[in-house]
Design a protein around this ligand. Sequence first.
Ligand SMILES: CCCCCCCC/C=C\CCCCC/C=C/C(=O)SCCNC(=O)CCNC(=O)[C@H](O)C(C)(C)COP(=O)(O)OP(=O)(O)OC[C@H]1O[C@@H](n2cnc3c(N)ncnc32)[C@H](O)[C@@H]1OP(=O)(O)O
Ligand code: FAD
Length: 658
Amino acid sequence: METIAAERKASKLATKELTYFLYGGEEMVLRKREIENAVISDPTYDITKYHYLTREELFEQAVKKSVHSITKLMPELDILGVFERHSLTSVIGGENPLSLHTDMFMPTITGQGSDEQQEKWLPLATNYKIIGCYAQTEMGHGTYVRGLETTATYDPVKQEFDIHSPTLTSIKWWPGTLGVNATHAIVPARLITKGEDKGIHNFIVQLRSLDNHTAMKGITIGDIGPKFGYAEMDNGFLKFEHVRIPRDNLLMRFSQVLPDGTYVRPKTSSKLSYGTMVLIRAGLSKFSFEMLSRALTIAIRYSIVRRQTQNRPGEAETQLLDYVNQQHTLITLLATVFGIYFVSQDTIQLYVKTQSQLNEENMELLPELHASSSGVKAISTNLASQGIETCRIACGGHGYSLSSGFPFLYQSTTPSMTYEGDNNVLLLQTARYLIKIRKEVQEDPSYSPPDNVNYLTEAVRPRNINFRSPQHQLALYQCMVRACVDRAATKVSQGEKIGLDYFDAWNAAAVELIQCAEAHTHYVMVKSFIENIDKEEVRNMSPYNQFILKCLSDIFSLNYILNKSGLFIEAGAIYGRELNEIREVIQSQILEVRPAAVSLVDAFDYPDFVLRSVLGRKDGDVYTAMWEWVQHNPRNKHKNGVHPVYKKYTRKLLRAKM
Ligand SMILES: CCCCCCCC/C=C\CCCCC/C=C/C(=O)SCCNC(=O)CCNC(=O)[C@H](O)C(C)(C)COP(=O)(O)OP(=O)(O)OC[C@H]1O[C@@H](n2cnc3c(N)ncnc32)[C@H](O)[C@@H]1OP(=O)(O)O
Ligand SMILES: Cc1cc2nc3c(=O)[nH]c(=O)nc-3n(C[C@H](O)[C@H](O)[C@H](O)COP(=O)(O)OP(=O)(O)OC[C@H]3O[C@@H](n4cnc5c(N)ncnc54)[C@H](O)[C@@H]3O)c2cc1C
């Protein structure tokens, strides 16, 4: 306890200033804390026994908490917007089994429903007269949305759609909130009218009775069973047997079916029906920041408190964070989490900007948003999932206990590498965009590509390189990414030249394509970090905070160069002989950050309640917390301290003649 207090005292970081910056100002921080305190002081959200609950208990508690939040806490606190709602969910912790209602069902209606449809459905949804989910994925198809098999066949006589699951593989499988709770779903299905298949469109389908919650006629529905984690979420299955819905349950903002069955195609892009996925992808980088920053808070605090090995006689054992390997592991991750933070801010801004253009039927930014949000979602969820596991390992044996908080963080984060689009698949979408822009640049010298891909027109290694210079770092990345894009594009065109068809040529280059998308996205993250810390808000910060952010920026940028040095050397961006200098800059910046490490994680401002970790306690009283935790263990609560397995099994073994 004294150690962590001494660390805080010695740190020169203006912690409060950084917290205000991260959350968008003092007012936002005060509001965040108001929400946290309301949750912490309400017994409904008690977490004392959380880690010992069974799957069914976890689910029931989670639904109870969710309903309590909607009916009591949210009105009391006047929580309306998406960010405050997420803030509340995040404090409550665990998964929110009703989250798909507000995160996907309602945004789909807002984004894709006509004005009349919004008027009809949104008040019902806002007031929880109905509970919705987003039922897209089927047993046979998740990635390949165009391959979904559920049909919606229009009947002009009754002016209804007939929703049907024609095969076993067409059964909807995975959607959250579907298994137990949802009364309605957004159902992407193949629209068939006048005998023609018009592709995937979104429909609103009622699943359960609003009187007694039984399944509607023709609907078979349930929960898909235990998963890797996510016990609190009712991921479900859904089978349709010719279910009838009115014509105007087709979401008709972009395309329509007229009463006689005439199909009116979207004026602009058919991909607008994928809009909800883009929204969540944009939001997932923020989610990655939250999960990884919590893991780092736990690992860094514990690495201050924990001592291991007396290295000099008569002196205290060494703090884990004074081992250079531990510093390297955790402080490079600290740099990463700031990288994710800045790019998540930029991605959300790009989403908002594109959305306002789309409202004016201007599609200009859509390809950039799709490519960028796909890449950023993939890289930030990969980094967060791997980073949480790295934090667990960095905490030794105690990291493996549920009480460390890591298992929950990992289980909640790792599926984000799959849902909302598998990360490899999304990186291939980013690559598709990069290859396309490269082609345009080559074919039309007057074409000026978007800023983030400008390196495709020019990328030059600076002379007299200074690895501490952000501009030089960016130039190195530009050379490297350009070479990666060239390599992938060349591989695709070589395949085509030897007679492979488009798919085979693309598939043969898949590894290079994913590599170029990854490299590009890392470049975008580095660029975003560098640009954001050059903004006025940061330039107004205390000089020491600016200095630490610059150190973190260098570490983030240079550590990737070091880890992927092969790519940079192959591109002629750096020479092998320069690697030592890069190592030294990283090492010296890590040493600069070390004294501020605990204040940096304090700046994330997570109360103990949110971390749910005996290792990550703010006061550093780790060992007392571990002892308290074990007192709740039901396995220790049997008469005379003797567990029933003794009478059932071990006693027999001990007395057996063998
Ligand atoms: C502001 C933020 C607040 C929100 C906060 C949220 C925080 C959330 C935290 C936690 C919530 C977690 C909840 C998770 C629950 C999970 C839900 C789900 O998983 S829902 C299901 C998701 N499913 C997928 O993502 C499927 C992945 N597959 C696809 O998206 C597509 O099929 C595809 C892989 C993109 C391929 O599509 P398709 O075959 O149709 O296209 P292509 O032939 O490859 O390309 C054709 C052209 O279309 C362009 N394209 C493709 N997609 C899009 C798009 N979405 N937008 C724009 N353009 C798109 C593509 O680029 C091609 O263009 P051209 O090259 O031809 O120009
Ligand atoms: C916790 C969780 C919650 C979910 N919630 C929802 C929900 O609310 N609503 C909903 O509709 N869905 C939901 N899903 C489903 C999710 O969106 C899909 O699982 C996801 O899109 C991946 O699709 P898939 O399962 O078909 O994987 P697959 O496509 O079968 O992928 C398997 C592997 O094949 C590779 N692969 C596949 N296609 C290609 C390709 N074209 N090129 C190269 N490689 C390829 C992938 O990289 C991956 O490694 C959820 C899933 C999970 C795990």
